[in-house]
Design a protein around this ligand. Structure first.
Ligand SMILES: [Zn+2]
Length: 58
């Protein structure tokens, strides 16, 4: 089972948790919850910043 990045559509996606994935192209983490994708930017200190798609960042 392979995942495409929901942002760039690329296949350079690695699994980083039980339900968490990382795109090496976008440098974003994402997971799927209740049928929708949640995106996270990885901060310099390693913490995850949720990206609100409605904010127009993507
Ligand atoms: Zn990507």
């Amino acid at each position: 089972m392979s995942f495409k990045c929901p942002v760039c559509g690329g296949l350079q996606v690695g699994r980083v948790g039980s339900d968490q994935y990382y795109c090496w192209n976008c440098f974003l983490e994402f997971n799927y919850a209740k049928g929708r994708v949640n995106l996270y930017e990885v901060a310099e200190d390693g913490s995850l910043l949720a990206i609100d798609e409605s904010a127009g960042i993507i």
